[in-house]
Design a protein around this ligand. Structure first.
Ligand code: HEC
Length: 388
């Protein structure tokens, strides 16, 4: 197969969204709502795949295909990642030249803590991933950093994840505007189209889970990061989260970022990508528990509106948005951002703030229209794609 798809969609989406955001003061207040995002994101998958058990999504491609699932379960009897686990354990307990170990750098000696990464460091104002923390530990102890892509880093994180098996993922978004900004940035990265093929992470992992690219079945985004690092026969070994991101970017002929670039770190911090994954081919720990500055988020969503609009304006805008959204749902391409915007409109209207309600409804309508366009234009284009 040879395909170079140029779908001129990004510009259309941008135009539609720009149109909808003509009153950004209003929409912005509703934008950062990780709790609503998580709920909408989850519901999207539950609706799109009514036959998949909720706790099964975290099993990635295996949740989408019974045959694959069986093969995977057979493999688990002699897991191919066992070697990496052993190596990781050995490395973890071997002292550096200065006599210290990794255990000296981490809470609880580094055991059973994987579920807390990535976290937002308020001193630095940035997201810190486990891989980054490991290399910082090495450098602080006079050792050279490891490659973020494979081998040692994958083994080390595999071992640390293994010690967290059975724990719930616990990504916290503290009450800090910089943490919310990092969250937003990660979310934006996830939904932004890029590369020659003009695909976002969501194009493959939200819109198309279960579809095939060559021999591969696409994993659903819900909980997609839980299993990392992961063993892949194609790699003949383990790969880290960074390796996966770089590979996924390259598949759409986008220029990958440097491993551990801010945007990759922020996308790891998009908590809907981590959920319960009780048993997996990777070594990953389990389930996300959303812990958020809820009170603060509520306060944000109550920010006052600057514009005047009537209830009738709202009703008209909402009806238009709802109709478009239903049409998108009928095409099985209702975006979670659309659902969030609709919910935001309703919330604002319930609170009597019709200015904000109208703006959010218009945003929802624009997003729904963009998703309809996407569904139509990508329906077939997808299958013709060549992935390297
Ligand atoms: C062209 C489609 C495509 C795009 C776009 C894409 N990926 Fe992937 N992704 C794949 C394929 C194929 C695999 C391997 C099969 C699978 O597990 O889905 C994969 C696997 C993954 C996995 C491992 C899942 C598992 O359980 O094995 C993660 C994590 C991931 N992608 C994240 C991302 C992120 C983040 C982005 C955006 C930067 C992205 N992907 C963009 C195709 C894509």
């Amino acid at each position: 197969m040879n395909a170079r798809i140029h779908i001129p969609l990004a510009s259309l989406v941008a135009a539609l969204v720009a149109l909808a955001l003509t009153s950004p003061d209003v929409v912005a207040a509703d934008k950062v709502d990780p709790v609503a995002d998580a709920r909408a994101f989850q519901n999207f998958f539950f609706q799109k795949f009514p036959n998949v058990k909720h706790e099964d999504f975290v099993n990635g491609p295996y949740s989408m295909n019974e045959d694959m699932k069986r093969q995977w379960q057979e493999k688990e009897e002699f897991p191919p990642y066992e070697f990496a686990l052993e190596a990781g354990k050995e490395m973890f307990s071997t002292p550096f030249k200065n006599g210290k170990t990794y255990a000296d750098c981490f809470p609880n000696g580094g055991i059973g803590i994987r579920q807390n990464y990535p976290y937002f460091d308020s001193g630095e104002g940035k997201v810190i991933t486990l891989e980054l923390a490991l290399n910082r530990c090495r450098e602080a102890n006079g050792e050279a950093p490891y490659s973020y892509i494979k081998d040692e880093m994958a083994s080390l994180t595999a071992y640390m994840a293994y010690t967290s098996r059975g724990k719930l993922m616990d990504i916290k978004i503290p009450d800090d505007p910089r943490a919310l900004a990092a969250y937003e940035n990660g979310k934006r990265y996830f939904y932004t189209r890029r590369g020659q093929m003009n695909f976002s992470c969501a194009s493959c992992h939200v819109q198309s889970p279960g579809e095939r690219i060559r021999a591969e079945t696409l994993a659903p985004a819900l909980g997609i990061l839980n299993a990392m690092p992961i063993y892949r026969s194609e790699w003949s070994g383990m790969g880290t989260t960074s390796r996966r991101f770089v590979t996924c970017n390259s598949q759409t002929r986008a220029v990958p970022l440097e491993p551990q670039a801010d945007e990759y770190r922020d996308v790891e911090y998009f908590p809907v990508l981590r959920r319960q994954r009780p048993a997996d081919l990777g070594t990953g720990s389990t389930a996300m528990k959303l812990s958020l500055g809820l009170a603060m988020l509520l306060a944000l969503s109550l920010a006052p509106s600057a514009r005047a609009a009537s209830e009738a304006d709202y009703k008209a805008a909402y009806a238009a948005a709802e109709a478009a959204s239903k049409e998108a749902a009928g095409m099985r391409n209702q975006w979670t951002v659309t659902v969030s915007a609709l919910a935001a409109a309703k919330r604002a209207a319930d609170g009597g703030d019709f200015g904000r309600a109208v703006a959010a409804a218009r945003e929802a309508e624009a997003l729904a229209k963009a998703s309809i366009f996407q569904a139509v234009s990508e329906k077939e284009a997808w299958k013709a794609m060549e992935i390297r």
